[in-house]
Design a protein. Sequence first.
Length: 341
Amino acid sequence: MSLITLGIESSCDETGIALYQMGTGLLAHALHTQIAMHSEYGGVVPELASRDHVQRIVPLIRQVLHEGGVSLKQVDAIAYTQGPGLGGALLVGASVANALAFALDLPTIGIHHLEGHLLSPLLSDPAPEFPFVALLVSGGHTQLMRVDGVGEYQLLGETLDDAAGEAFDKSAKLLGLDYPGGAALAALAAQGHPNLYKLPRPMLHSGDFDFSFSGLKTAVLTLVRNSDDGPQTRADIAHAAQEAIIDVLAYKARAALAHTGLDQLVVAGGVGANRLLRERLTRDIEKRGGRVFYPDLEFCTDNGAMIAFAGALRLARQQGDKHYRFNVKARWNLQELNHAG
């Protein structure tokens, strides 16, 4: 029987649990999001996030085991998000994973949150093959990576300040939209007229693969203050903001492919669910003879499936151990995995 990995994700405001079996695929997964709770505060409150993980994590594990038709005795390893993320939230997942593994005498595998996102398109069909360029647009991260295999990551460029997701959320807040703002801004932008407002495309022609979106946020703030507060104006500004963000992401992704000589682009993370970004990248890259791969929409945001899958891949490489620990990493450079054992 192929090995079964239980995955636990608790890095921020979603509790995700999944079971993945090598050779079979994803057996079951479940997710609880805290959006409704945090929306009252306009953003994630770390202490509330941690407490909610405590309440949700064990019932979700039971649910996934039941739906997957798997008993705890059939689980071969437990993967959990070790970082980066909110320290308290990470500790909840790490504590449950290590306590459960200790009780069952199973190995644990600490997974880098961004590696989970990076590899999530491999869960889809068709899936990319190594090597490829990855555009990671998850929460506070915007990065371009060359990926030659599991644990073989070369950073090409990253955001120097605000990430693309933060640019979406902060622009949405300036327009009076509820948290989380990315999806709300995209919906409002669909009602806007093109080319009415010209917003900056920071670092578009910087000659490298780095990003900067703080100046765009400031430009949106200035535009909002100097415009009327009518619904159509707000929609037009939302349209301009979304176009600016997508233009930068698409341009830099194309440049990264040209620089590496690769023809496969993987897009992962919450912003990767944006419909217009997907349309733009697919059109631009396919026009140049390349191909773009995305995770299924349900796996764009934080989820347990990507953690279980990444854990299974590392377990297949005989990684994981029984030295139970709670050394979560609120900050963690993805390239450190290149030298991991």
